[in-house]
Structure formats: structure tokens, C-alpha cells
Design a protein around this ligand. Structure first.
Ligand SMILES: Cc1cc2nc3c(=O)[nH]c(=O)nc-3n(C[C@H](O)[C@H](O)[C@H](O)COP(=O)(O)OP(=O)(O)OC[C@H]3O[C@@H](n4cnc5c(N)ncnc54)[C@H](O)[C@@H]3O)c2cc1C
Length: 588
């Protein structure tokens, strides 16, 4: 496909429709998945240069990374090196002194830096993905002019300050307070904890409850050199130890009206927009980490001999490498798809961003664990990076939204969309005699969907978009999209609003839609490859087959378990244990 055809196909995308939410309604929006996004030639060239310089700077530093992990700190010369390479300005537009990469380009750079070291990646990532992203998304021209050039050069390093001791996943419950002053400014008081880049940053995006407008949350830009701003000691952590994590405290910090970021009272939206937009940075980092694990473990497996043979000859070692490779290809496809949505201007990509983060971060942890298992005793020793990679990757399913919270979010936002369709149906039926045309339109839509579900014949058939070799795989995703919609329907009718409390069911729904979204991204990517006899193409097709067959079994299991399960017994068992806070069945 040439560029103009690609552009035409893209032009048909409806930027207001969330592809994931549509899946909950039984629709695969083909134009959101096909064609698979490609980098424009100019960006490819620029990106190539950035990736080379990242490699050159980081590749001979494995011993340093190990020392800095032990010391729990990156030296200032290293951070200066990151500055010199322009890595703090990756997503800042050129007119403000940055490199001006797209979201996809940025995510690709984090992938490259993460192949070398997670802490190094995080110093860059926390700055761009979340630290100063609010300024890019919501800042006024004056705020951008004031801060962006220094943020691009790394003279100012940025951090994102949301979490507090009593407020983690429940971010809306923060207590940090900004009291309005008669001069239009604010006085800020409170303490944030576990802030990445906290100790090295000079620019903080801070979320606080404002005393006006019913105590809603607002976002502020706070500079380190303002009186009353202080940071605590570095945290002693399990992983990403060289990355700075500290408390950031505010004691009667005087802010002018110009420090407000976005509208007063809209800070929660600012925070969520930053996190949604930044998730492809973390996803890209996870993909880079998996690639590092594949390289390390495959070398180790071919070199290590046991029972007179290379361990790479053993089926159980092959299985691990194959799974890591499928996971990597799948995570890379999903992260690339989401960053394309962001660059393309989709208005709602929150569920997709959450899916890519959950999938990539969990795949990364599996890869870290399995690559260490392949290296076994050697992997357990500090001389080699396996154990550090494993410790470093543990954070990925915790920060920027835990896997649990994101799964609930994915399922609930999809189901909300489906329930709105049901509501519309209800009001259409109520309304049908007053406004038959409107009512009929909605009814025929709904009836069409039901018929589609019953006959498994979707209107937006994706098998038309895939090469023959992927037709059976496409049929899997078509079938299970309809199954998801059917079960969503059943769950909504059965539980109504109390679906919010049915977390086991929500998790299963999220897992089904994760398999659908990631699988469709994989199919799209393989469809975009030029078919030939090369082993690389044949193996990519094989990855699509492996993913779709395994996804089919997982989805089948999840959907069946929605109707028949032991959820209530499991909850009761957990309550029994909570009452005792211990395991009561010692054999002796
Ligand atoms: C190294 C590190 C760096 C960090 N960097 C930053 C940063 O730069 N800026 C920042 O603002 N924050 C940062 N954080 C904070 C991070 O975002 C939070 O740790 C995360 O949001 C989870 O909050 P919590 O740890 O308080 O867990 P909690 O919210 O207490 O959750 C505990 C457990 O309960 C689960 N849970 C919570 N609520 C529900 C629910 N409703 N249903 C089901 N399960 C639930 C969670 O998934 C989790 O498993 C960082 C944390 C760490 C460890």
C-alpha cells in the first residue's frame, strides 16, 4: 500500500469512536485497526538518529548501571549526558527547543533506552510522559514559553505529583490543599509521596484540592525554588533503584494565578489525561525490556550445555522463548496502535491506553521471570542483569495505574458504552409512538446487532482486510467480539448498576477485550507485511496463529466462567482469612 492510499484509509477513521468500547457493543471498527500505522519517512530518519545516539550512550554502561542500582542513585554526569543528547526534549515541539517526536516516536525511544536500563529510561520517561505532559496538553501559551525551552534542554527536570500517603489508586481523595488568596493566587500545603524524579526535579505538576468550587481538584505548576517546597530522602526500593523516588512537600507555598494549569476544578481530568497520554511511554519501555530479555535468554540458552546438549534443544526452554517472542510482538503491536490513535487525534483512547499498559507491563514481568528461569542459578546472581531486570520490571504493574484498577476501568468504560446503547433503546421504545423515525432507527440498529450476534455474521467483516493465511484468525476475533457483546448484555441485564461491584466478572470482561484488542493489532500488523517466502514473514504469520489460538482458549474460558464460577466461595474464603489474618490449617 502506498502512502496516499494509507492516508485515504486513515481519513475514514471516526476519531470520536473508541475502538475498544465498540468491541463491547459487538463492533470491530475495521478502519481503526487497518492499515497498521507506519512512521512517516522524515520521522523515521530523525528517529533513527536518536535511537543510534541512545545506543551509543548507553551500551557500554552495564557495569555502571549495576553500581548505580546498588548505590540507589544516578550520578549527575550521567543525567548531564541525557541532557546533552536532548533526551529531555523528545516530545517538546521544535519551536520550544525540543526534538518534536510524535507519541509513537517517543514511545519507540523509550523502548530503546529500556533495552539498556529501566532506571535510565524512567528518568527520561517520568519527565516527558507525566512530569511536563500537563503543560503540553493544558498549558497556556505564556506557560509554554516560560517553561518549555528549559524543560527541553533538561535544565528543568519534571515530576508528576499526585500520590499521597492516604491516596494511591483512589486519586480523587487527595488532601493536599490550595487555598485561594485575595490577590488571585494560592497557598499550597500538603505532601506527595513516591514521586519519580522527586529529588532531581525543579518543575512539579501538582494536584491539590482547591477551597473554592466545592473543594474540587486543580492542577498547578510548582517550581522547586519557591519558598516552602522541599523533597525528602531517596526511597530504598526493590527495583528501579537508581531512579530518584522521594516525597515532595509543600508548606505554605505561595503560588500566583499563573501557576494554575488548566481550568480551576478540572485537575482530575488533567491528571487522567496526562496518565492516558503517557501510557505508551511505559508500554514502549516494557517492550524494550522484553526485547532485552529475549536477547539475553536466547544467547544463554544456546551457550549453556546440560545432559550433553545445549539447553536450547529442550522443548520447555523453546516454549519459554516462543512465549516471550509472541508476547513481545503482541505488546509492540498494541502499543504502536495506541500511540497512533494519540498522534492521529482520537478523542477517546483511554481504554486502549489502559489495555496496552496492562498487557505490555504483565508481558514484561513474565519475560523477566522466564528469562531468569532459563539462566537459572546464573540468573540469580548479581553479576548478570537478569535479577535486576526482574526487580525493575515489578513496578510496571503498579505505577501509573495498577493492573487491577486498569482492568476495572477497561471493563466499566466499555460496559458503560454498551449500557448507554441499551438506555437509548429503552427511551426509543418509550418514544416510539411520538417519534417513530428516531425510534425505528435505533431499533433497527439494535435489531441488526442482535441478528449479527445470533448469526455470527458481522457487518464490518475484518476477514476482508486480512490475507487468506490469516482468515481463520480473523474469524476468531469476529466471533469473540460478538460473544463479548452478548455477555455484556447478559451481565448488564442481570446486575444493572451493581455490575460495579462484580469485580470477578469485570476482570474477565477486561481480559476478553484485552485479547481482542491486542489480537486485532497483531493481525493488522501481520497484514501490513509484504507476503513472501522469507522465514521472517512466515514466523510473523505463525505468531498471529499462536496468539489467536491461545487468545481463543483464554476468551472461551473467561466467557464460560462469567456464567459458571466459584466467585462467591472464593470471596467467602478470603473473608474467612481476613477475619483471622493468618492461615489456620497447619498440619502439625
Ligand atoms: C517506585 C514508585 C514510583 C512512583 N512514582 C509516582 C509518581 O511519579 N507520581 C505519583 O503521583 N505517584 C507515583 N507512584 C505511586 C503509584 O502511582 C501508586 O503506588 C499506585 O497508584 C498505587 O497506589 P498504592 O500503592 O497506594 O496502592 P493502593 O491504591 O493502596 O492499592 C493496593 C492494592 O489494592 C488494589 N486496589 C485498590 N483499589 C482497588 C479497587 N477499587 N478494587 C480492586 N482492587 C483495588 C490495587 O490494585 C493494589 O493491588 C509511584 C510508586 C512507586 C512505588
Amino acid at each position: 500500500m502506498n502512502d496516499s492510499e494509507r492516508t485515504d484509509a486513515n481519513a475514514e477513521q471516526d476519531l470520536d469512536l473508541s475502538p475498544t468500547k465498540a468491541l463491547f457493543c459487538g463492533d470491530i471498527i475495521g478502519s481503526s485497526f487497518w492499515p497498521f500505522p507506519q512512521f512517516a519517512d522524515e520521522e523515521k530518519e530523525l528517529l533513527g538518529m536518536v535511537l543510534d545516539s541512545v545506543d551509543r550512550f548507553l551500551e557500554d554502561k552495564q557495569n555502571d548501571f549495576r553500581r548505580w542500582d546498588e548505590a540507589g542513585q544516578q550520578p549527575e554526569e550521567f543525567i548531564q549526558g541525557l541532557r546533552d543528547l536532548g533526551l529531555f526534549g523528545l516530545i517538546i515541539p521544535e519551536e520550544h527547543g525540543g526534538i518534536g517526536l510524535s507519541n509513537a516516536g517517543y514511545s519507540r525511544v523509550l523502548q530503546q533506552s529500556s533495552r539498556h536500563d529501566s532506571s535510565a529510561s524512567l528518568t527520561i520517561g517520568a519527565h516527558s510522559s507525566i512530569g511536563m505532559k500537563g503543560l503540553l496538553l493544558f498549558g497556556t501559551d505564556a506557560q509554554k514559553e516560560k517553561y518549555l525551552p528549559r524543560l527541553a534542554s533538561g535544565d528543568l527536570i519534571a515530576a508528576f505529583c499526585l500520590t499521597e500517603a492516604g491516596s494511591g489508586s483512589d486519586a480523587a481523595s487527595i488532601k493536599t490543599k490550595a487555598t485561594s488568596n485575595p490577590d488571585g493566587g494560592w497557598t499550597l500545603n500538603g505532601e506527595k509521596i513516591w514521586i519519580t524524579n522527586g529529588g532531581i526535579a525543579d518543575f512539579y505538576t501538582v494536584f491539590a484540592r482547591t477551597d473554592s468550587d466545592a473543594g474540587k481538584i486543580s492542577a498547578f505548576i510548582v517550581e522547586r525554588d519557591l519558598p516552602g517546597v522541599s523533597t525528602g530522602l531517596k526511597e530504598d526500593k526493590l527495583g528501579i533503584r537508581a531512579s530518584s523516588t522521594t516525597t515532595v512537600s509543600f508548606a505554605d507555598v505561595k503560588l500566583s494565578a499563573e501557576h494554575l494549569l488548566g481550568e480551576e476544578g478540572k485537575g482530575f481530568k488533567v491528571a487522567m489525561s496526562i496518565l492516558n497520554n503517557g501510557r505508551t511511554g511505559l508500554g514502549g519501555g516494557a517492550v524494550g525490556g522484553i526485547k532485552a530479555c529475549i536477547a539475553l535468554a536466547s544467547k544463554q540458552a544456546t551457550e549453556r550445555k546440560q545432559f550433553g546438549r545445549s539447553i536450547a534443544e529442550f522443548g520447555l526452554i523453546k516454549k519459554k522463548i516462543a512465549e516471550m517472542t509472541v508476547d513481545c510482538f503482541a505488546a509492540e503491536s498494541a502499543v504502536r496502535m495506541v500511540s497512533h490513535y494519540i498522534d492521529k487525534g482520537y478523542t477517546d483512547y483511554s481504554a486502549e491506553a489502559a489495555i496496552s499498559k496492562v498487557f505490555a507491563s504483565e508481558a514484561m514481568f513474565r519475560a523477566a521471570n522466564e528469562s531468569l528461569q532459563i539462566a537459572a542459578g546464573t540468573g540469580f546472581m548479581k553479576e548478570l542483569p537478569y535479577e535486576r531486570i526482574m526487580r525493575d520490571s515489578r513496578i510496571l504493574t503498579i505505577f501509573e495505574g495498577t493492573s487491577e484498577i486498569l482492568r476495572l476501568f477497561i471493563a466499566l468504560s466499555g460496559m458503560k458504552c454498551a449500557s448507554e446503547l441499551l438506555q437509548e433503546l429503552k427511551s426509543a421504545t418509550d418514544d416510539i409512538f411520538n417519534n417513530p423515525i428516531k425510534g425505528f432507527g435505533l431499533l433497527s440498529d439494535y435489531a441488526g446487532r442482535r441478528i449479527t450476534q445470533l448469526t455470527s455474521l458481522g457487518q464490518d467483516r475484518i476477514i476482508a482486510a486480512v490475507p487468506d493465511v490469516l482468515r481463520d484468525d480473523a474469524l476468531v476475533f469476529e466471533k469473540y467480539t460478538l460473544e463479548l457483546a452478548r455477555l455484556t448484555d447478559v451481565l448488564l441485564r442481570r446486575h444493572g448498576k451493581s455490575i460495579v461491584e462484580k469485580q470477578f466478572a469485570l476482570q474477565r470482561a477486561a481480559d476478553v477485550v484485552i485479547d481482542l484488542f491486542v489480537g486485532l493489532s497483531v493481525l493488522s500488523r501481520v497484514s501490513s507485511m509484504t507476503p513472501d517466502d522469507s522465514e521472517q514473514y512466515q514466523q510473523a504469520v505463525s505468531i498471529a496463529h499462536i496468539f489467536s489460538q491461545r487468545a481463543k482458549r483464554r476468551m472461551n474460558r473467561n466467557l464460560r466462567a462469567m456464567l459458571r464460577n466459584e466467585d462467591e466461595s472464593a470471596k467467602s474464603l478470603a473473608d474467612f482469612i481476613f477475619d483471622r489474618e493468618s492461615y489456620p490449617w497447619d498440619v502439625l
